[in-house]
Design a protein around this ligand. Structure first.
Ligand SMILES: NC(=O)c1ccc[n+]([C@@H]2O[C@H](COP(=O)([O-])OP(=O)(O)OC[C@H]3O[C@@H](n4cnc5c(N)ncnc54)[C@H](OP(=O)(O)O)[C@@H]3O)[C@@H](O)[C@H]2O)c1
Length: 448
């Protein structure tokens, strides 16, 4: 059995480089099941899987050849063909998948609710990553799909912190991340004062949430954190931790490294000999609590809290749906570059039906020679959208959705577009550009 199976891969040594490759999957091997990947969420969490891929073994989840890697994402899958008795075609599951149209898994320990992925390359990874839940449908709301993996961190951190001194203040970095917001929502319900540290561009958003007692930008860390406060470092930035600790007179009670959103800031892990700093692993804490409480109790408590958080988050969370592997590549690039607004929850839909229905929606990147004045986006958008907008394809204003982004990139202006064009040659511009410059001809090929 052969099909049009493709995967989005990133260069493990240069995360900005991606490619889409054809997969030749052997689906006849006994013990294996071919799944179609239907829908997944994407956030900085997935970029962390890539940036810590070598250190924490995430590249082993879905091995690729040579220097390439497949970033794991949490999403829904559907059985296309099965060489495992008891696993029927059409059955759906939720768990980790690659950004691929299809994936081969080796399900074992088949239960009514779950199965375990038992490929040898997965040995040594936490069971949390290897367990898949059977799902009747994949109609779970997009918001829950995105929040679920992140809120596990929020939920287990809150559980961990609840064991300490009541009322101890908490300082959280990358305060605009969904994991940090979820944690702060939980802490504030217990009356724990929380200071959020964030970048200048996100401070307004974080303050408007109303969950943090205080919001400071990274440049504003002049306020002395209360003695005995706990620092939760979601940014994973050792220099920033040191700065905050110094500011507190080295009187932070504990420093918890819980994420690595600032993947360009060097290693996140605590240095040897630093006994106030610990690395926090949600999977480890999940395993511990599952042993203490039993999985059904843990899961029920988690789901109740997740639904409460999602209900609150509906006032600010904005779902952005993208389609196909090209859409996934565009979303990945924006999250990697930190150009995604913090309110955005990205969902990528790979189902054939959605691609059929939305076949005019696709994402791609085009480079133009630098030619624009002070406000390239507006100028260029206006120019391209005026009739006849482009030669060879129609590009109505609607095609330039909120995701379109513009940056100077060396001597190029990079335009990331979501347009209504399908087919190979997406955009041909050959008229005078904004400010009287010529754009020349830009062509983009949709990788899938
Ligand atoms: N320890 C665990 O077991 C565990 C479990 C789940 C998640 N996590 C971690 O939690 C972190 C947050 O994940 P999330 O999905 O909730 O994130 P998210 O919502 O996508 O976070 C976006 C925010 O992260 C910061 N950020 C993102 N990319 C950045 C970049 N390239 N440079 C600098 N800052 C950047 C920015 O926050 P600011 O401007 O506010 O800094 C941005 O607004 C991830 O590192 C993830 O791996 C850990």
């Amino acid at each position: 059995m052969h099909g049009n199976w493709r995967s989005l891969e990133v260069d493990r040594r240069d995360l900005r480089t991606t490619r889409v490759v054809a997969d030749d999957l052997d689906v006849t091997t006994p013990g294996q099941v071919l799944f179609e990947v239907s829908r997944f969420g994407f956030s900085a969490n997935n970029v962390t899987y890539a940036s810590l891929g070598d250190q924490l073994g995430y590249w082993n989840l879905f091995p690729a050849v040579g220097r390439w890697g497949r970033i794991p994402v949490w999403g829904y899958l559907r059985v296309v063909s099965s060489a495992v008795p008891g696993v029927e075609e059409g059955r759906r599951a939720f768990g980790l998948c690659p950004m691929s149209t299809h994936v081969l898994l080796r399900p074992g320990h088949l239960g009514a609710a779950t199965f375990a992925e038992e490929s040898s390359h997965r040995a040594g990874l936490s069971s949390v990553y290897n367990v898949y839940s059977w799902a009747d449908t994949d109609t779970e709301p997009d918001a829950l799909l995105v929040l679920r993996p992140l809120f596990w961190l929020s939920f287990m951190l809150d559980d961990y912190l609840a064991q300490g001194e009541p009322g101890t203040g908490v300082v959280v970095t990358s305060a605009s991340s969904k994991a940090a917001i979820g944690l702060t929502w939980l802490l504030s319900r217990r009356g724990v004062p929380v200071t959020g540290l964030t970048s200048a561009g996100h401070a307004g958003f974080v303050a408007d949430l109303g969950h943090y007692d205080q919001v400071l930008t990274y440049d504003e860390i002049q306020t002395r954190p209360p003695s005995g406060a706990i620092l939760v470092d979601v940014a994973g930035n050792a220099a920033l931790r040191e700065r905050i600790d110094r500011r507190s007179g080295h009187r932070l009670a504990e420093i918890i490294v819980a994420g690595h959103t600032q993947h360009g800031a060097g290693p996140a892990a605590p240095q040897a000999g630093d006994d106030r700093t610990v690395s926090f692993s949600a999977p480890q804490r999940i395993r511990q609590r599952a042993a203490d409480w039993g999985w059904p109790v843990l899961e029920q408590r988690f789901i109740t809290a997740l639904r409460g958080f999602a209900a609150t988050a509906s006032s600010w969370l904005q779902i952005e749906r993208s389609y196909g592997l090209a859409g996934a590549a565009a979303v990945y690039r924006q999250v990697l570059d930190n150009t995604t607004p913090p309110a955005t929850a990205d969902v990528v839909d790979l189902t054939a039906q959605s691609l059929g229905r939305q076949q005019c929606v696709t994402s791609y990147a085009v480079t133009f020679p630098t030619c624009c004045g002070s406000s390239p986006p507006d100028a260029l958008t206006r120019w391209l959208c005026r009739p006849p907008p482009v030669h060879g394809t129609r590009l109505p204003r609607r095609g330039w959705n909120q995701r379109s982004s513009w940056r100077s990139c060396g001597d190029k202006l990079l335009a990331l577009l979501v347009s209504c064009a399908g087919g190979d040659v997406i955009l041909t511009t050959n008229g005078p550009g904004p400010a009287g410059h010529r754009l020349g001809i830009a062509r983009a090929r949709v990788p899938d």
